[in-house]
Design a protein around this ligand. Structure first.
Ligand code: ATP
Ligand code: MG
Length: 253
């Protein structure tokens, strides 16, 4: 039997009086593209940060290729993090660094070899060498997102997290980014975990979908069963309805 690449079991995390994750279970198999959907503030980004070891969990277990993440420190934690590429919510490029230095940020080697590698990765996401020496602020939002994707794949990590990859993009640019993610997942044979509110992303990117609500995964299944799953939370989310069991955070019913 194949070991899940990522396995979260009974994960709990609270901030102050707010129990954000409350027994979250999720398994992602090697090479699979899993998408987590869920309303704003439900703990999607927190989940990714827990897996990366940026936030410590209160209870439960997080395993990557069978090895426990909780309690890792120092060099072991660094080695753990090196297995991940991350597209942060909002892109999060370094404004003061050129495009190529952003892409090559985590790559070892000489400046010349790192720049060559950066230009190769920029080509993978459809950007030419002419952008290499520009600053992120000189690019459009869609181009910045491509640079952030190039940075996420540059070290060829076996697992990549995409946090809201299409947020703030027009529908056409978003479709290009979604297709790019799908191609990268297939071509580079990575395991991908994507977080999104964007149903177009779900359709393009997901092999499997998991819905987070109330600190738990309340439904998961293949992408093709999403529409017909009969779960009222999923139904409300995918139809974008104000009526249903999900109450927006911070609003009185
Ligand atoms: N470091 C932190 N300290 C305290 N509270 C935090 C911290 N990080 C996240 N939270 C809280 O945890 C909850 C979940 O946040 P998270 O960023 O995971 O939401 P999300 O599901 O990614 O939402 P969105 O779709 O809006 O990005 C929020 O209430 C947030 O305020
Ligand atoms: Mg988030």
């Amino acid at each position: 039997m194949t070991v899940p690449r990522l396995e979260l079991a009974g994960v709990r995390k609270r901030f102050g009086s707010r129990q954000v994750l409350d027994g979250l279970d999720l398994a992602v198999m090697p090479g699979e593209s899993c998408v987590i959907i869920g309303a704003s503030g439900t703990g999607k980004s927190v989940t990714l940060k827990c897996v990366l070891g940026l936030i410590s969990i209160d209870a439960g277990s997080i395993k990557v290729d069978g090895g426990e993440v909780a309690g890792l420190k120092g060099a072991a934690l660094d080695a753990h993090r090196a297995r991940f590429g991350m597209l942060f919510q909002g892109g999060a490029l370094f404004d003061s660094l050129s495009v190529w230095r952003n892409v090559a940020f985590a790559l070892p080697g000489t400046a010349a070899s790192r720049k060559t590698a950066a230009i190769d990765n920029l080509a993978r996401v459809g950007l030419g060498p002419e952008v290499a020496d520009l600053r992120p602020a000189e690019l459009s939002g869609g181009m910045q997102k491509r640079v952030a994707l190039a940075r996420a794949i540059a070290a060829r990590p076996p697992i990549i997290f995409f946090d809201e990859p299409t947020a703030g993009l027009d529908p056409i640019t978003a479709a290009v980014i979604n297709r790019l993610i799908r191609e990268l997942v297939s071509d580079l044979k990575i395991t991908a975990l994507t977080i999104t509110h964007d149903m177009a992303s779900v359709r393009e990117v997901a092999d499997r979908v998991a819905m987070l609500h109330g600190g738990r995964i309340i439904w998961h299944g293949p992408r093709a069963s999403l529409e017909s799953c009969g779960n009222p939370y999923v139904h409300q989310f995918i139809t974008g309805s104000a009526e249903g069991p999900i109450k927006p955070v911070g609003l009185k019913p």
